[in-house]
Design a protein around this ligand. Structure first.
Ligand code: ASP
Length: 310
């Protein structure tokens, strides 16, 4: 049987890894562990620019959240997108998976479903998040005005450790099953209604015990364009290592940008194979760090950067 392992995006993913590893040590299934880890990050409003309540809103100052999860044993999955006032979108995604015949619910209707399921409506803003939005409001910075609206504007968005908003958590449990969760407030100052890769199964997350688990962070438009996480899972299914598969996804993303004549956007991928092999890679200057928990040890690693000429 494999040793339990959890990996998660960005330095704040360490919290998710700590929580998930404790659950795995108790023998909990990978999906439960990954969800508990992701929810710990959703709950922590002190993590600057992180996921969940207190994180960066859209252009109108409204915080809308996206999340999904997938069980590698059964390929069961659920997702919600553009949901307001619900603190735990990943747990809501799980209800979509378990209580409906559907995979994805969005917006107001997802909120109504949350209410039916007993989730409370809550105020998603903190004093800090309101101040930050007022300070950084794009309308106050004329030079930024065109970025989110131009056709390839998303490609210019600079993702780094301080402005990304996504935690993706991938776990392998004692029984050898994989589970994954992705939760986010999406790109900071996005257009209202915009949904990125994070709640899209196959883009922001894909998990299959027979292939591997993969997740993404960065400019969601670019990740959707190449079906990033499914692409990585299929590479692992075909025999590539988790690391090779992530690097290939970065190359594909770079190539897709080249075909449109734009500079590659910042995207990052991480992957976990069914035997516990880990991989991560990012495009140029994405400066992607990820947390890995194995046994008692949790470390923060730097992903390999794949430039447009690689
Ligand atoms: N991938 C997320 C999105 O495009 C953003 C991020 O990873 O920070 O919504």
């Amino acid at each position: 049987m494999p040793e339990p392992i959890t990996i998660a995006t960005w330095p704040f993913g360490k919290l998710a890894v700590e929580v998930a590893m404790k659950a795995l040590a108790k023998g909990e299934p990978a999906l439960d562990a990954a969800l508990a880890g992701a929810q710990a990050v959703e709950d922590d409003t002190t993590i600057r620019n992180s996921v969940g309540f207190g994180s960066l809103p859209d252009r109108l100052g409204r915080l809308t959240l996206d999340a999904c999860l997938m069980d590698g044993r059964t390929l069961s999955c659920g997702a919600v997108a553009c949901v307001e006032h619900i603190k735990h979108p990943a747990a809501l995604a799980r209800r979509v998976m378990e209580k409906t015949p559907h995979v994805l619910l969005v917006g107001e209707a997802a909120k109504w479903f949350a209410l039916q399921q007993g989730f409370p409506l809550e105020v998603p803003y903190t004093a800090e998040s309101i101040k930050e939005w007022l300070d950084a409001h794009p309308e106050r910075k004329k030079k930024d005005d065109k970025k989110p609206t131009s056709a390839d504007g998303a490609s210019d968005i600079n993702i780094n450790e301080f402005n990304h908003d996504t935690v993706t958590v991938l776990s392998l449990d004692k029984k050898g099953h994989l589970g994954g969760v992705c939760t986010t407030s999406g790109l900071a100052y996005k257009l209202p209604g915009r949904v990125g890769d994070s709640p899209i199964i196959g883009a922001g997350l894909y998990v299959d015990d027979l292939a591997g688990a993969a997740g993404a962070t960065g400019v969601g438009e670019e990740i959707i364009r190449i079906g990033g996480s499914l692409f990585i899972a299929e590479q692992m299914r075909a025999g590539k290592s988790a690391q090779e598969a992530c690097e290939l996804a970065c190359k594909r993303s770079n190539a897709a940008a080249g075909r449109r004549g734009v500079h590659p956007a910042r995207v990052a991928f991480l992957a976990l194979d069914p035997k516990g092999g880990v991989g991560a890679a990012c495009t140029e200057k994405a400066d992607f760090k990820y947390a890995v928990g194995r046994g008692d040890k949790i470390e923060l690693l730097q992903a390999k950067e794949i430039g447009p000429k690689a």
